[in-house]
Design a binder for this molecule. Structure first.
Ligand SMILES: Nc1ncnc2c1ncn2[C@@H]1O[C@H](COP(=O)(O)OP(=O)(O)OP(=O)(O)O)[C@@H](O)[C@H]1O
Length: 235
């Protein structure tokens, strides 16, 4: 994934339907978008408009029914389950609203997890974890457990875990949803810093104060993009 001329993400006319018994929900209805390396894109829109579905498709956590999704020039529809999970582990980092840290493991071990799945050696793991924790100003909490940290600190650890493998794409779903405004602001500042350092970020957020921190906003309604641009006026 080093091709600089190919967009990191190229999505064309993507459709996705969920079926629950007789009820069909058209979660994505013809989404087309491009994301370049170094972009910071915020996806906004009302509850149920398809934001998380789109993020899950971009993260290869979920499939789609029609259209195409090329990740760094690779047609994702041709990938096997094994290839998808390898690409996910190596090239995509995830940050969720609920942190998803493992309480019985130290901060260090939580952040190290993606590297262990890759079979990295001990010295490499130690160096990369330290680097990721320093990037989110949490190196001094390496031996702590998640429940000894504030919500904002836990989210920064989750960001370090997402970054530790140097992913090409960082996908962030409502990163401030469980945080008070002070901790939310600190997490957003962290994401902005990572963006300035070159990380490509796609972030779903309800909060328009934070979507304005991104370099581009995409507004969804009923599974469709209704507006896209650098500075959207929000109703
Ligand atoms: N696994 C599923 N089974 C059935 N329907 C689903 C499933 N996941 C999502 N949906 C439906 O698809 C639509 C889009 O859901 P999605 O979670 O993407 O919305 P969202 O914009 O992220 O919402 P929110 O802001 O509330 O998190 C919704 O109508 C939802 O009910």
């Amino acid at each position: 994934m080093t091709e600089q001329l190919i967009p990191l993400v190229q999505v064309d006319d993507l459709h996705k339907e969920f079926r629950q018994g007789n009820i069909a929900t058209l979660a994505l209805q013809g989404i087309s978008l491009q994301i370049q390396r170094g972009d910071f894109v915020a996806i906004t829109g009302p509850s149920g408009c398809g934001k998380s579905t789109l993020l899950n498709v971009l993260g290869l956590l979920d499939s789609f029914d029609s259209g195409s999704y090329q990740l760094s020039g690779i047609d994702t529809s041709t990938l096997t389950v094994d290839q998808r999970s390898k690409i996910r582990n190596k090239h995509i980092g995830f940050v969720f609203q609920s942190f998803n840290l493992i309480d019985s493991m130290t901060v260090f071990d939580n952040v190290a997890l993606p590297l262990l799945h890759r079979g990295c050696g001990k010295a490499e793991v130690a160096e990369k974890v330290e680097h990721a924790l320093s990037a989110v100003d949490m190196a001094h909490r390496s031996a702590f457990y998640p429940n000894q940290l504030s919500g904002g600190q836990q989210q920064r650890i989750a960001i370090a875990r997402a970054l530790v493998g140097s992913p090409d794409l960082l996908l962030v779903d409502e990163p401030t949803g469980n945080l008070d405004s002070k901790n939310g602001d600190a997490v957003m500042q962290m994401l902005q810093k990572l963006h300035q350092q070159g990380t490509t970020i796609v972030m779903v957020t309800h909060d328009h104060r934070y979507s304005r921190c991104a370099s581009r906003q995409i507004q969804l309604l009923d599974g469709q993009i209704i507006a896209s641009g650098q500075k959207l006026e929000v109703a």
